[in-house]
Every structure is written in structure tokens, then in C-alpha cells.
Design a protein around this ligand. Structure first.
Ligand SMILES: [Cu+2]
Length: 105
């Protein structure tokens, strides 16, 4: 779904992410270090794989759009920028019990 993402980018450019920050979460024992998190629109969240297995994070927005961050080997870091307000579900497509919720405001 390319169009919603383009619209989201346009919205961010217009909204000006004045409080953008770099945040991080780690993954160990196939669990995210935080289950619930609130960020500001424009913030970038880094996921650090501290496990001995590969993860594959997918971020699902309230609009149903899903971003697959790709395979993440042990020691690897992937990141995601929250470009629109709303609730996001973060899951690992390899380990379904890995879940976290992020609210961008
Ligand atoms: Cu995983």
C-alpha cells in the first residue's frame, strides 16, 4: 500500500516534527523490553536484537498499513519512524507472541 505512506509523509512534512527524538527498545527472550510506549509524531524508534535468533518486525498502523522492517539477525538494529498520529501494533512475524503497542501523538 504505497499511497497511504506517501500521504503520511506529506502530513509529517506539513506538521513539523518539532520534538523528534531517537528512542530504543531491545528484544530478548523473544520479548520486547517495553510492551506499551508513547512517542511523538516524527520520533524514530530503534529495535535492538539482543536475542540469539532472527526477528522480523512488522509495524501495523491504525489505517491497516503494514511496514515490514525485514529480517533482523542477532545483534542487528532496525528502526521505524512514526509519521502519523495514532495507535500502532508492533509484532514479530516469526514469533507471534512478540507484541508491543505504540501510540504516536
Ligand atoms: Cu521474532
Amino acid at each position: 500500500m504505497k499511497l497511504p505512506r506517501l500521504l503520511a509523509l506529506a502530513a509529517v512534512a506539513y506538521a513539523v516534527p518539532a520534538m523528534a527524538a531517537d528512542l530504543s527498545v531491545s528484544q530478548s527472550n523473544q520479548t520486547f523490553s517495553t510492551a506499551v510506549m508513547t512517542v511523538h509524531v516524527g520520533d524514530k524508534l530503534a529495535f535492538h536484537n539482543a536475542d540469539t535468533v532472527t526477528h522480523n518486525i512488522t509495524v501495523k498502523g491504525a489505517d491497516g498499513d503494514a511496514d515490514d522492517l525485514g529480517l533482523q539477525k542477532p545483534g542487528g538494529v532496525v528502526s521505524y519512524k512514526f509519521e502519523t498520529k495514532g495507535a500502532y501494533r508492533v509484532v514479530c512475524s516469526i514469533h507471534p507472541r512478540m507484541k508491543m503497542m505504540v501510540t504516536a501523538e
